[in-house]
Structures are given as structure tokens and as C-alpha cells.
Design a protein around this ligand. Sequence first.
Ligand code: SAM
Length: 209
Amino acid sequence: MPLGSTVRAMFGPHERRVSDLYRGLFLDLDDYAAKIAGWSPGARKILEVGCGEGAVTEVLARIFPQADILGIDITPRVGRLYDGPRDRVEFRVAAVQDVARDHPGAFDLIILSDVMHHIPVALRAEIVGAIGQALAPGGRFILKDWGKAATPIHWLCHAGDRWLTGDRVSHLVPDQAKSLILDRLPALRCVEEGHIAPWTNNYTLVFAA
Ligand SMILES: C[S@@+](CC[C@H](N)C(=O)[O-])C[C@H]1O[C@@H](n2cnc3c(N)ncnc32)[C@H](O)[C@@H]1O
């Protein structure tokens, strides 16, 4: 079991609060929510790939009250800390390749949030290809990740990711992530590039199909 699961279990009923405080050191979820809402207004069918325990899924459910949302992850802990509506939000342990094969072109918004640096390098193009297959014509794909930098906050983030999750993380800078997406999905256009508070390490790329 990764160290993070053991540490989290120690917090018992306070786990969610501690998890939110830790996340808040790195990412302002309110700033993120406002930007997502502006990038994809009116999204009705949303796929969150690598949704983890559901923190961003909760944001999506709040800002898109009309949308059906599917959160998928390879971890059995998928959606475990989610505390939002259940009638239109579903969590599954699933690979995006399988979802894309079963539901091609089905999602008008796909989001990959702080996941890319956890995916083994050799698998990244395949995951991006599956996202392209699942994206509806005219849909949007939002990539949010954490860019590497020679700064203490990056070292803290990298150490947390590496030792709490046990994954062999490797971070891309925005241009590398953009090339990865457009090399595999040349029909997409990158329509927005930006940052989320409070650190410029938090970068976002928005692609339109
Ligand atoms: C730092 S967590 C981010 C969770 C969530 N997206 C969020 O922002 O709260 C990284 C997540 O990526 C997931 N992940 C890693 N490789 C994956 C893959 N190949 N397919 C789907 N999810 C993956 C992990 O299981 C983990 O839940």
C-alpha cells in the first residue's frame, strides 16, 4: 500500500479536511472552478480521467449542475472522498481506453487533472489517443498539470507525489505537454493556455475538437 494511504488512514474522520488543507497548499480550487466554467460553458456530458478520490469531480458537479459526469480511475479508491450529488455523477474503476472504445465521441468535456505526471511515459500517447477518441466533435479537453521548476514548492510537490503515492512521477513543462497532445491528436486546436493560483507551476491547456 502506498505511504499516502497509511498516512491518510491515521486521520480517521478528519481525513477529508486534512486532504483539502494539503491540496490547498498547491491549488486554489475556487480559481480552478471559475476557469473551467468559463472554458466549457454548458457542458452536458463530462468525463474526468484519473479523478482519484473525487475532489475535482465535486467542483465539476457544482459548476455544471445540468451535466452527467463520469469519473474514472485505475485506483479502487475512486470517488472515495466525493461529497456531492450522486444522481448524475458516477464513479468507475476503468481505463480510459475501454471507456473510449465503448463510448466514442460521447463526451463534450474531458478533463485530465494532475494525472499526466503520474502516467508512465510509455503509456502517455495511448491515453491521449483514447481521450481524443472519447471526445465529441466540438468538445473541449482540459489538461491541468504541475510544471517542474527549480523552486522549493516544486520540490515539496514532487516529494509528496513520489512518496505519498509511490508513483514514479515525471513532470512536463507546458510546451512538452502541448506537443504530446497535438502530436497524437493533430486535429485538436489549443485554444487557451494559463495558470491556476496560487503557483505558476499549475498550468492549464484547453483544446477544442
Ligand atoms: C494526484 S492524483 C489526482 C486526482 C484527481 N485528478 C484530482 O485532481 O484530485 C493522480 C491520479 O491519477 C491516477 N492515474 C494514474 N495513472 C492513471 C491512468 N493510467 N489512468 C487513469 N488514472 C490514472 C491515479 O490513480 C491518481 O488517482
